[in-house]
Every structure is written in structure tokens, then in C-alpha cells.
Design a protein around this ligand. Structure first.
Ligand code: HEC
Ligand SMILES: [Cu+2]
Length: 351
């Protein structure tokens, strides 16, 4: 009975909350409408066809031992009907789909622009004037255009609540636009897609505040699936400006170590470097400060403030022996205060 009730709920409305997240952009209603229309048209053909097929196989059986008919007869009117009829439906799907697609490819000229950088395994949004942040902040009812590029491999920006998705191909700009229609403050806990009950995740930025999720949808490398982030839709321009003002500096109630840990977790270092001594593809930060490390050219370097700073800004200058030179440069992405905080954090990792 419960299953039946669930089923009728699904049939009544596939879009609102059950299969899909909340509809939260100018495109969402149209995308859902087309999705549902195509789904139900397909169901309306598939189900009677299968029923008829099963029935016919049963009904036109020959008794055992009797020969099968060599040739089926032919009905021109019927064949025309089932070819030409559905053809109109296909043309309608193609036409309406194309119009929707073209809308998605043409941002209005007054759209707010945000530069996006994707790299292994993190995102960074550049709001101009040196303000960079791993969260995407936008304003309700304001068209926003993302100008995206990748520093290394293919990535893909995917925002389920906005019903938009776009591959990011290295070596060129890839754009995506949308107008958010719902402020994130108004979301209930149920409407948020991802919220962890795991106490371990309590300090995770993804567990704080209200937001829509975005994902990297390019699952062809180790940690694209970890490239999850949050989108905050502000109700007003003033609210957005206030956030922007605070975005790039250490909050007053955090020590440099705490802010360093936050940057470590949110700017992608965590995807490669462990803080607990686990050695992987990259050196761990535990007990690294003050230690002496051998480089690929055989020289020895003692890990101090300058070496860490250089490793962050110009990682290829000194490459640690035994590791591939895969660390991306963070030049222009972290300001001096942030680098200081990262150094303070790495310094504090002693056991
Ligand atoms: C894609 C993986 C990757 C990311 C992301 C990454 N690193 Fe690295 N990092 C490496 C690898 C691999 C090495 C060792 C090879 C080398 O020296 O380039 C390294 C080396 C270092 C070193 C020298 C370590 C030592 O033990 O001598 C420091 C310091 C460092 N990274 C800091 C950072 C910080 C801070 C961040 C984040 C802002 C970061 N890294 C992000 C891969 C990464
Ligand atoms: Cu990715």
C-alpha cells in the first residue's frame, strides 16, 4: 500500500522534490516541463506497445506442429499513421528543445560576470578586485554569467537546482548563465540536497548555512567527485555587497591557524595533502615544518616559511623527491595574509 502511494505521488509530479531538487532558476520550469513531456510521451507509446506485443504473441500462436506463416500482410493506412503521427511529436520535441537550448547559450548583455577556475580538485570564483572565493555568491533575479576555464583537465560545472551544466575544456573559455529565482535563506533543511549528520563533517563548510549545491560532473579522474561546492543566492544587492566585503579576509574570531585550516580545506590543498601523516601521492603536512626534505635534483631543503610560500606560488621551482610535479600554482589566488595563515596552519601540525 505504501509503495502504491509512493508510486501515485511519483506519477502525479515527477519534478517537485521527489526526483529533482527545487526549481530555482529561470530555466528550471522549462527544463522540467520538457523532461516530463518527453518522459510521458515515451511512456504513452511504450506501455501499450509492450502490452499489445505480449497479447499478440499469445493470441497468434500456432498449435504445435503447424507451420509458421511465410509472410506478414501489410496495411498502408496503419503504417502511415504510426510513422507520420509520431513524426509530428518528434518535430515538436526538437523545436522546443532547440529554442530552450538557444536561450541557455545566449546570456543577456547586462549579466553580472564571474570568472571561474577549475583545477584538480577545487573551484575558485574570481569576483574582480582581487576577491577570490571557493563559494559561488549571486543575487536573486540578477542574470549571472560564469566565464569558466580549467587549469589542467576537463571539468564540468553542474548546478542541479538551476538545471544547468557545462563542460570546461582546458585551453578555452566556457560560459554558462542563469538567473536565480529563489534566495537560499528561504530554503528549508529538506530542500537542501546535501547536509551531513556526520559529526566529523561538522566543521566542513558544506555543513554551514543554506545553499544550493554545485558539482563537478566530469567523472574521469580520481577526485572530480569531491569537487562539490555551495552557491549562496542573496536576496538583495546590499546583502551581496556585504558578503563581498568580508570574503577575502580572515574573520575576526579566527586565529591564523584556524583560517589556514579553513583555506586548506576549501582551496583544494586537502584533496592532495593529508594533515594526519597519511602519505599518498603528495607529501603530508604533518611534522613537515622544520624537517629537511630531499628534492628531485638531490639538494636538501629545510621546510620553512619561505619554502612553503614558494611551493604555493611556484611549485615547480623545487620538487620533492619521490613525488610527481602535479601541484598547480596558486599565484594570484591567495593573498599574502592567506599564505601567512596557511604557513601558520602547517607549522601547527606537529605530533
Ligand atoms: C593536485 C595536487 C596538489 C594540490 C591541490 C596542492 N598540492 Fe602541494 N604538492 C603536491 C605535490 C605532488 C607535491 C610534491 C612535489 C612538489 O614539490 O611539487 C607538493 C608539495 C607541496 C609543498 C612542499 C611539501 C614538502 O613536504 O616539502 C607544500 C608546502 C605544498 N605542496 C603546499 C600546498 C598548499 C598550501 C596547497 C593548497 C593551497 C597545495 N599544496 C595544493 C600536490 C598538490
Ligand atoms: Cu573536476
Amino acid at each position: 500500500m505504501q509503495t502504491l502511494q509512493n508510486l501515485s505521488f511519483v506519477l502525479a509530479d515527477v519534478s517537485d522534490g521527489f526526483w529533482f531538487p527545487k526549481t530555482a532558476s529561470n530555466f528550471a520550469t522549462e527544463v522540467d516541463f520538457m523532461y516530463k513531456a518527453i518522459l510521458w510521451i515515451s511512456v504513452a507509446f511504450f506501455v501499450p506497445m509492450m502490452i499489445y506485443m505480449g497479447w499478440a504473441a499469445f493470441k497468434f500462436q500456432k498449435p504445435k506442429g503447424e507451420k509458421a506463416e511465410g509472410k506478414a500482410t501489410h496495411n498502408t493506412a496503419l503504417e502511415l499513421a504510426w510513422s507520420v503521427g509520431p513524426c509530428f511529436l518528434l518535430i515538436w520535441m526538437f523545436y522546443r528543445g532547440s529554442v530552450g537550448y538557444l536561450d541557455m547559450r545566449q546570456p543577456p548583455s547586462d549579466a553580472r560576470e564571474v570568472q571561474v577556475t577549475a583545477q584538480k580538485w577545487s573551484w575558485l570564483f574570481d569576483y574582480g578586485s582581487g576577491i577570490m572565493n571557493p563559494e559561488l555568491h549571486v543575487v536573486k533575479d540578477q542574470p549571472t554569467k560564469l566565464i569558466m576555464r580549467s587549469k589542467d583537465v576537463l571539468h564540468a560545472m553542474y548546478i542541479p537546482a538551476f538545471r544547468v551544466k557545462r563542460d570546461i575544456v582546458p585551453g578555452r573559455y566556457n560560459t554558462l548563465w542563469f538567473t536565480p529565482t529563489i534566495g537560499t535563506e528561504s530554503l528549508t533543511d529538506d530542500e537542501m540536497q546535501w547536509k551531513s549528520d556526520d559529526p566529523e563533517e561538522a566543521g566542513n563548510i558544506l555543513n554551514q548555512g543554506k545553499y544550493f549545491d554545485f558539482y563537478c560532473a566530469e567523472y574521469c579522474g580520481k577526485d572530480h567527485s569531491m569537487m562539490q561546492g555551495k552557491i549562496v543566492v542573496h536576496e538583495t544587492q546590499d546583502e551581496y555587497d556585504a558578503w563581498l566585503e568580508s570574503a577575502n579576509r580572515r574573520p575576526d574570531d579566527q586565529t591564523p591557524e584556524q583560517y589556514g585550516e579553513f583555506l586548506y580545506a576549501t582551496r583544494g590543498c586537502k584533496g592532495c595533502h593529508s594533515a594526519d601523516g597519511t602519505a599518498g601521492q603528495c607529501p603530508t603536512f604533518l611534522n613537515s615544518f622544520g624537517a629537511e626534505h630531499e628534492m628531485v635534483d638531490g639538494s636538501k631543503v629545510s621546510v620553512d616559511e619561505n619554502y612553503i610560500r614558494e611551493s604555493i606560488l611556484n611549485p615547480k621551482a623545487k620538487v620533492v623527491k619521490g613525488y610527481p610535479p602535479v601541484m598547480p600554482s596558486f599565484q594570484g589566488q591567495l593573498n599574502d595574509d592567506q599564505i601567512d595563515s596557511l604557513v601558520a596552519y602547517i607549522k601547527s601540525l606537529k605530533k
